[in-house]
Design a protein around this ligand. Structure first.
Ligand SMILES: NC(=O)c1ccc[n+]([C@@H]2O[C@H](COP(=O)([O-])OP(=O)(O)OC[C@H]3O[C@@H](n4cnc5c(N)ncnc54)[C@H](OP(=O)(O)O)[C@@H]3O)[C@@H](O)[C@H]2O)c1
Length: 295
């Protein structure tokens, strides 16, 4: 049995980021503006701080303008909403991302819905959710967008393939289902109440694991030759060390799958690249210019 190919999300993301850099250059010279991305971080959650720092670094590397807005953990809902409204009105800002989770006193749904849908680069605004599910142009959540890009990179046309998504969150599972439907897959969305999840997963030509359970998807849940996208990021203790693992038992999966994304180095880097991609998309749409064609 041959071992599964590794889908190198880090390399695919590096190519995408380089292309975005060329798009930013082209927009600057042909249309006279540089896209701007604002990231709002409320509180001191350590994981969120790392994510925000990485996003800021990637934004700068792409040549875009980045603004990081830090607010204290004690910030009120009114203060966060006021900040979002200011960014909505700031013409230099094309994309707004409010890092989740927000502190308990803040209603996340109200904050996400306050973001101008044209600047909603996370794709969580109800208007973008509705547009995606009805097949209109939308800003699409970055993680599922990155997964679909990797699938197309590996498989080309996805039409007619059986796709199973384990997980039905608003951030990953549901938008993933919409994107794969748009690619003409036959889509099954599984969740914690699904009966016989292993048997459901074994039907999949494309298996997306997004459950947040370390190494839950075992080798014998995978159809031989299937393409597996592991969205999970789980921190576990093993052999006295802290390690990052996905939702798929990677070593077992390697001997069954046709191709698989590693953790880390798979979905994660694509998520950040897609945030930059969405910022260019938002900038071009809002300013009424065509996306530049670069190699
Ligand atoms: N790489 C990235 O950039 C990135 C981005 C986002 C998330 N993630 C990772 O992806 C994973 C999922 O994130 P999320 O935000 O979608 O998580 P979430 O909101 O917790 O949703 C988890 C989903 O998995 C389902 N589930 C949980 N346990 C299950 C089980 N035993 N059997 C079947 N289904 C089960 C839940 O079902 P119910 O709906 O029935 O409860 C739910 O729909 C996490 O590890 C997260 O860290 C990675």
């Amino acid at each position: 049995m041959t071992e599964a190919a590794i889908i190198d999300g880090k390399a695919i993301a590096a190519n995408l980021r380089a292309k975005i850099g060329r798009e930013v250059e082209a927009l600057k010279s042909s249309s006279g503006f540089v896209p701007g991305l604002a990231v709002v971080l409320v509180g001191e959650d350590p994981a969120s701080r790392v994510y925000v720092r990485n996003k800021g670094r990637a934004t700068a590397e792409s040549g875009m303008n980045g603004e990081e807005i830090r607010m204290p953990a004690s910030a009120s809902q009114e203060q966060v909403l006021a900040r979002v409204l200011t960014l909505n009105g700031d013409d230099a800002i094309d994309g707004i991302l409010v890092q989740l989770p927000l502190p308990d006193q803040i209603d996340s749904a109200a904050v996400l819905d306050a973001i101008d849908p044209l600047k909603d680069v996370d794709g969580f605004h109800i208007e973008n959710v509705g547009r995606l599910s009805t097949g209109l142009d939308a800003l699409v959540p970055c993680t599922p967008l990155g997964c679909v890009m990797m699938l197309k990179h590996r498989l080309g046309d996805l039409s007619g393939l059986d796709a199973v998504i384990a997980g039905r969150s608003n951030i990953v599972g549901k938008p993933m289902a919409q994107l794969l439907l748009a690619e003409h897959c036959t889509v099954t969305v599984a969740h914690s109440r699904t009966r016989d999840l292993p048997a459901v997963c074994r039907r999949a030509d494309i298996l997306i694991a997004a459950v947040g359970r370390p190494e839950m998807v075992l080798g014998d849940w995978i159809k031989p030759g299937a393409t597996v996208i592991d969205v999970g990021i789980n921190r576990i203790e093993r052999d006295g060390k802290t390690r990052l693992v996905g939702d798929v038992a990677f070593a077992e999966a390697l001997s069954v799958a046709g191709a698989i994304t590693p953790v880390p180095g798979g979905v994660g880097p694509m998520t950040i690249a897609c945030l930059l991609h969405n910022t260019v998309t938002a900038a071009c749409r809002r300013r009424g210019v065509d996306r530049p064609v670069v190699d």
